[in-house]
Design a protein around this ligand. Structure first.
Ligand SMILES: [Zn+2]
Length: 286
């Protein structure tokens, strides 16, 4: 009996070591170019969303913070494996918790940058568990550095009313935030769907060679087209139902678009996405 308990204890220990060790695998840091890195969340892991960082000659610029301080601290550890340069800026691509939840892990000296609409929502939170942005912009904010230019771009409404993308013209790398879900049905709850299609057109016109989505693996520019086609097809299919005079309840019951049913999150997000799309097409979205 004692022996059996010992075996059990050792197994539990082994399992807990395994899971502790697996933490680092909640995301994977990928070097995209000299000084440019993406941290790609592992499906089902604790990071939930992607992030990235850019190592300039004089500082580090981080893009998004993952969902929690715990995950952000792991990201900071990963950055320290690459460089000792000070982390001075954290750009948050939009207001959603899975991208801003780690902001409190960054020192108070780190400027948090967002679109002004994103900050407005974050600042209105009565019990924030994240840091409120300290620098905002409306259309474009540019870091001019001898080694590279970093453009923070607002190209129109999309996944929210304050999504920014980070564009590196020299490297032709684009961090698209949640304007782009790769291999997944986008989250449309706070979206402006027809504007989103147009904003994706703007992103595509940058002709990036590498695109980092908010969720899913990196891709080439064609990944943006795939996602744009999905969104446009979705809107078109819902419009057919709206034009046929169906109620939202009927649409929720009958809708299918089998071409996309294998996308991650298709089923779990369908009611939310249909509701948002239906309301927008009926002119009921603010
Ligand atoms: Zn989001």
């Amino acid at each position: 009996m004692i022996f059996r308990n010992k075996v059990l204890f050792v197994s539990v220990l082994a399992i807990s070591f395994y899971f502790h060790g697996a933490q680092a695998a909640d995301f994977e840091v990928q070097k995209l170019s000299d000084g440019v890195y993406a941290a790609i969340a592992t499906p089902g892991g604790k990071a939930v969303s992607n992030s990235g960082f850019i190592v300039n000659d004089s500082e580090v610029v981080v893009i998004d913070s993952h969902i929690s301080p715990e995950m952000a601290r792991l990201l900071l550890d990963e950055i320290r494996k690459v460089t000792n340069k000070p982390i001075r800026y954290l750009a948050v691509t939009h207001k959603h918790r899975d991208h801003i939840g780690g902001t409190t892990a960054f020192g108070m000296g780190v400027e948090i940058i967002s679109h002004e609409n994103t900050r407005a929502v974050m600042a209105a939170d009565t019990a924030p568990t994240f840091r409120i942005p300290t620098v905002t912009f409306n259309r474009k904010l540019v870091f001019h550095r001898p080694e590279r230019t970093i453009e923070l771009l607002y190209l129109g409404r999309g996944h929210t009313d304050g999504d920014i993308a980070v564009w590196l013209p020299k490297e032709k790398i684009l961090f698209a935030g949640d304007l782009y879900f790769n291999g997944a049905a986008g989250v449309m709850r706070d979206g402006f769907l027809r504007d989103w299609v147009a904003t994706l057109e703007e992103l595509r016109s940058l002709s990036a060679t590498t695109v980092v989505p908010g969720h899913g693996p990196t891709s080439g520019n064609e990944g943006l087209l795939n996602f744009q086609n999905f969104l446009a097809d979705f809107i078109r299919a819902v419009k057919v139902e709206v034009d046929a005079g169906k109620t939202l309840e009927q649409v929720l019951k009958d809708f299918s678009l089998s071409k996309y049913k294998d996308l991650a999150g298709w089923e779990s997000r369908l009611a939310m996405n249909l509701t948002r799309c239906y309301n927008e097409l009926k002119g009921e979205t603010k």
